[in-house]
Design a protein around this ligand. Structure first.
Ligand SMILES: Cc1ncc(COP(=O)(O)O)c(C=O)c1O
Length: 424
């Protein structure tokens, strides 16, 4: 992973941050308000809030000042890069580029792919992983199970390699977990298939990373995109981790200060730096990066297996409760037992989903999401599938989504189920 070193650090360090104490993994919230909308934006981890509060008195410019405050902020920013890269298993020569969010990270990569690259996605993706890709991208149908996804990708790549210049790059873009159903995608298998066909793969880990460890090396993915605000770290940072070559060869994503090593008098007399700074033009989001790093550190020190087990227990309770309500129908792409993270989408027969969401909010102080979840092709397909599976003609055209994570409780799940029961 390339890290921009801080130039000429003072011989007497400027209150270099002490090794981070292990921070608790609790999340902030408002008593009485039941937040079951983690998949949209997760609550703020105390670790993130504390890290930001500690740094705020020092807040100053990053990579732009010789003063003590500025040097400390520069150090904090680059340490955050290192921490986040380590957390996601970045290879030594990967770039770790701070972005605004997953959408921004995938748009950055879309601009950096070499000319002539074909991007292959599935129609089940979030819009952030459907819309940025260049014209000529291939969109595979939503598979009915993970094995079919692997087979479909292998077939598509075989065909693509047969029909087109084998030297042209191919990038497979796939989610780790669906933001609609929470179902997990077979990322490592898809990566194996991609590489067997000489393609690269980018993992949209926006919904996977908050729930289970994600490691680019272990999964053997070439790029990874994540949003801090879904990973308990608000303050607006995301990250793109991945192979340096395309990124260093591409035009800067954000042309401006910090991305150049030389600007001459002529209009186009510019030398762009390589490394993460090439795509991070302008003053970076220090607090976002520090918040994200603090959560990564806290999660790295936590028993993730235990956290995941707790979440799965709650998820089982929620899904079983929904299954027991005859007027509530769960949406799913794969089979009912497919592995999934703490996200469930459903419809209440005979009820408009927006109205249900509003009633949950007003009458029960429960926050959920309604709509098509920025995954319109998938959500519409699953609504049609649900109508076919149940034979019901009174399902609404949009859905509801409940999502859980750190700090969620069985009492909250039960409150949602009780509220839904009143709509029967
Ligand atoms: C799977 C997935 N990918 C990408 C995104 C986009 O994330 P952001 O809005 O943080 O850019 C989302 C957001 O819901 C998502 O669920």
């Amino acid at each position: 992973m390339s890290v921009t070193l801080v130039p000429s650090l003072p011989t007497r360090p400027v209150s270099a941050p002490a090794p981070a104490p292990s921070r608790p993994l609790d999340v902030l919230g408002v008593p009485g308000e039941i937040n079951l909308d983690y998949a949209a934006s997760a609550p703020c981890a105390r670790a993130a809030a504390d890290a930001v509060a500690e740094l705020l008195p020092w807040y100053a410019s990053v990579h732009r000042g010789a003063g003590a405050l500025s040097r400390r902020c520069t150090l904090a920013y680059e340490r955050a890069r290192q921490t986040v890269g380590d957390f996601f298993g970045a290879r030594a020569d990967d770039h770790v580029i701070f972005t605004r969010n997953t959408t921004d990270a995938l748009n950055l990569l879309a601009r950096a792919v070499p000319a002539g690259t074909t991007v292959v996605t599935f129609a089940g993706e979030h819009h952030a992983n459907l819309l940025p890709w260049p014209r000529g991208s291939v969109r595979l149908p939503v598979p009915t199970d993970p094995a079919e996804a692997v087979r479909a990708l292998a077939a598509a790549l075989t065909e693509l390699r047969r029909d087109s210049n084998a030297a042209l790059p191919v990038l497979v873009a796939v989610t780790g977990a669906s933001n609609v159903t929470g179902e997990r995608w077979p990322v490592a298998e898809l990566a194996r298939v991609a590489h067997r066909h000489g393609a690269r793969i980018v993992l949209d880990a926006a919904q996977l990373a908050p729930h289970v460890p994600v490691d680019v090396l272990a999964l053997d993915v070439d790029y990874l995109a994540v949003s801090g605000h879904k990973l308990y770290a608000p303050f607006g940072a995301g990250v793109l981790v991945g192979r340096a070559d395309w990124l260093d060869a591409a035009a800067p994503y954000l042309a401006g200060g910090g991305a150049t090593s030389h600007v001459g008098p002529a209009t186009h007399d510019v030398t762009w730096v390589t490394g993460p700074a090439r795509h991070e033009g302008g003053t970076p989001n220090l607090l976002g990066a520090v918040a994200l790093a603090a959560v990564c550190e806290a999660l790295a020190g936590a028993d993730r297996a235990a956290l995941a087990a707790t979440e799965q227990e709650l998820l089982g309770r929620l899904r079983a409760g929904i299954a027991a309500l005859p007027h509530v129908v769960e949406l799913r792409t794969f089979g009912p037992d497919a592995p999934r993270v703490g996200i469930v989408s459903f419809v209440v027969a005979g009820w408009d989903s927006a109205e249900v969401a509003a009633r949950l909010a007003v009458d029960h102080r429960i926050g959920v999401r309604d709509g098509l979840f920025c995954a319109h092709p998938l959500a519409r397909r699953l609504l049609t599938e649900a109508a076919g599976r149940t034979g019901r003609r009174d399902l609404p055209p949009t859905a509801l989504r409940a999502s859980i994570g750190l700090g969620s409780t069985s009492a909250q799940v039960d409150r949602l189920l009780a509220a839904l029961a009143t709509l029967g």
